[in-house]
Design a protein around this ligand. Structure first.
Ligand code: OAD
Length: 251
């Protein structure tokens, strides 16, 4: 399943970077965005993931996020998340860059995680900027108000047309350009600027590997494209890497 070239690249790699998308959390039971069962088939992004829509109808937007907050609080990391947390221990430099807002990489034990689209466990007041954790708010159907200034509280997630968090983006960009091996996992690889990271990594000489349930626009650009479930492929890769390390230590 893993080519000799990939194992060779990983054996000599100092820096490994992984970009993850909704497919990485699919096996935990978090719905993806695209595809037949995707959220954007049933819901309209411009009515729910959009600042103007929030101002127009804060309760509707909040209700949708309250539903997703509850769903995400009730799921657990899957073998893909745990395998990535294990991989972090095997390389000198390792970073997970995620488009997911579900915090499942951290819950699985990954330490270096760059969140490009925010984190659904955090919220802030749009007027004064005060931060709120989910457990400080009632996840009811109406949008909560700030205790200090009565401003509307929104989830700390990136909506359409909004800029990515600058520091997280810079760290992700730097890590991608510095990567020896770059994995793109469970993402349709079409939402920019996240989708530009594998291209930047390739320009800088990284070996690009895609792991996805199906082909994507990145498949032809990647050096290797592994088709299958992340929760099955990644644990197998960790097993092979561990064996590789043991064999190297015995030489
Ligand atoms: P998508 O829903 O666009 O793509 C999910 C990808 O995961 C698809 O290519 C699936 O084939 C693949 N997939 C599904 N299950 C899988 C599995 N078990 N193992 C491996 N791959 C699997 O999700 P993203 O690419 O993350 O942005 O979407 C990017 C952004 O678009 C999201 O962050 C969100 C959305 O609009 C914002 O909300 C700002």
């Amino acid at each position: 399943m893993f080519s000799g070239k990939l194992l060779e690249k990983l054996s000599s790699a100092t820096a490994v970077v992984v970009l993850t998308g909704a497919g990485t959390s699919a096996e935990s039971g978090v719905p993806t965005f695209r595809g037949n069962e995707g959220l954007w088939k049933k819901f309209k992004p411009d009515e729910l993931a959009d600042f103007d829509a929030f101002i127009k109808n804060p309760d509707l937007v909040w209700e949708w996020y309250a539903y997703r907050k509850k769903l995400i609080a009730d799921v657990r990391p899957n073998p893909a998340h745990y395998a990535l947390a294990e991989m972090e221990k095997l390389f000198q430099e390792f970073a997970v860059i995620t488009q997911n807002i579900d915090n499942l990489h951290r819950r699985a034990g990954s330490a270096r995680v760059y969140e490009l689209h925010g984190n659904i466990e955090r919220n802030y007041c749009i007027k004064c900027g005060r931060w709120y954790r989910n457990d400080e708010l009632t996840l009811a159907t109406s949008a909560p108000r700030c205790v200090d200034c009565q401003g509307l509280i929104r989830p700390d997630v990136v909506w359409f047309g909004e800029l990515l968090p600058a520091e997280q983006w810079e760290l992700a960009d730097r890590a991608s350009r510095n990567a020896d091996v770059f994995f793109s996992i469970g993402t349709s690889a079409i939402v920019y600027p996240a989708a530009s990271l594998p291209l930047r990594a390739k320009e800088s000489g990284a070996y690009i590997v895609e792991i996805n349930a199906e082909t994507t626009p990145l498949s032809d650009i990647a050096h290797e494209s592994l088709i299958g479930k992340a929760g099955e492929i990644l644990p197998r890769l960790v097993d092979v890497l561990r064996k590789q390390r043991t064999d190297e230590n015995q030489k």
